[in-house]
Design a protein around this ligand. Structure first.
Ligand code: X2X
Length: 343
């Protein structure tokens, strides 16, 4: 149908077209320009974050290579709702693609995808992507597929997470004791910050700025690229460089929705989404390495605490043993293969 319409437009003049269809006002022009498939992609990061920028580029390339047949429309910044809402929309097919942190909403359906939240597991990016582009990633994608979802191969980077606070800097676990502390929705985030002595509350990202501003919570943790792009420095004074956990995003769709696309369009979309994910990883790593200065210029005060007491506290509280049980021997083995022994 689409092909015919294009040929028709190429061959015919406007007059001929109007005569042929018998329609005045040429509404066919608009129809001819509309994509055959319009897929929404929802996520929780600010539009200025490299995540959104690289997705926009992917969307342009997908439109170009599909001859305009597939248009991916981006909805950043929780425009479509909080993460749990978007996750439900994606499962029902109302939202075609959702960028889900495994540790966040996806783990409500596929609990083991939260494994990358394990505290102080990854030491650097080579470990992170060694695991996620390798056996652990393949294993997790298998579980996501079993749950009826399609997932793009490459994980996008959210970054190593740092702790911010309002009233006092966090220099040791003692400073976290009893502190009302925001964590993303997800049981494992609660386990981690409870084990560190804080009093964690799950709050969807779109409500974090207000929750900090109104002092509903006193602190939170996120990567520098988010602290900057979501302007959390306006409502938090201190930043402790703990890199206590790494986080990323999978692009997920419900299977029927994804398979509704003809296979050549699926291939085009996956090719560009996966290639852009690799570029985004570089952007985020570079930003996280360079943002401290500009955040300091905006008034944040940084410290780099010794992380041994934090790890020690997790060990003593039995956190790693509990995690090992939660994830199971096979998954734990795949993680430790890359990170070395954690427990
Ligand atoms: O909610 C968060 O903190 C965020 C934006 O980092 C995630 O999506 C996990």
């Amino acid at each position: 149908m689409h092909q015919k319409r294009r040929q028709f437009l190429l061959q015919g003049t406007a007059t001929a077209a109007v005569a042929a269809t018998g329609v005045l006002g040429a509404p066919w022009i608009r129809r001819a320009q509309a994509a055959e498939f319009v897929y929404k992609l929802g996520h929780d990061l600010p539009a200025s974050h490299p995540f959104n920028k690289r997705l926009l580029e992917a969307a342009e390339m997908i439109k170009r290579d599909s001859d305009g047949r597939l248009e991916i429309r981006l909805f950043p910044n929780n425009q479509l709702g909080g993460d749990p809402d978007m996750f439900a929309q994606m499962r029902s097919g109302a939202l075609e693609i959702f960028a889900s942190s495994g540790a966040n909403t996806l783990s409500s359906l596929v609990p083991k995808t939260a494994i990358w939240t394990v505290g102080f597991a990854f030491k650097d990016y080579s470990q992170v992507f060694g695991a996620l582009d390798g056996e652990l990633g393949a294993y997790l994608r298998g579980l996501i597929n079993k749950a009826g979802l399609e997932v793009q191969q490459n994980v996008w980077d959210n970054g190593f997470r740092q702790i911010t606070s309002g009233a006092k800097p966090i220099l040791s676990p003692a400073d976290l004791k009893g502190m009302k502390f925001r964590v993303p929705p997800g049981r494992l985030w609660i386990s981690l910050f409870s084990a560190l002595g804080a009093s964690p509350a799950t709050i969807s990202f779109n409500e974090v700025y207000l929750a900090l501003q109104s002092k509903l919570v006193e602190g939170q943790e996120n990567a520098l690229a988010i602290i900057d792009s979501a302007k959390l420095y306006e409502v938090q004074k201190y930043c402790s460089l703990t890199s206590h956990a790494w986080d990323g995003f999978w692009l997920v769709s419900n299977r029927q929705t994804w398979q509704r696309l003809p296979s050549n369009l699926r291939d085009i979309a996956s090719k560009h989404l996966n290639a852009q994910a690799l570029k985004e990883r570089q952007d985020v790593a570079a930003l996280n390495a360079s943002l401290q200065k500009s955040l300091e210029a905006k008034g944040m005060v940084f410290n780099a605490p010794d992380i041994q007491p934090f790890r020690e506290m997790l060990r003593k509280s039995g956190y790693y043993g509990e995690m090992q049980k939660t994830f199971g021997a096979e998954e734990w083995g795949l993680l430790e293969k890359v990170t070395g022994r954690l427990a």
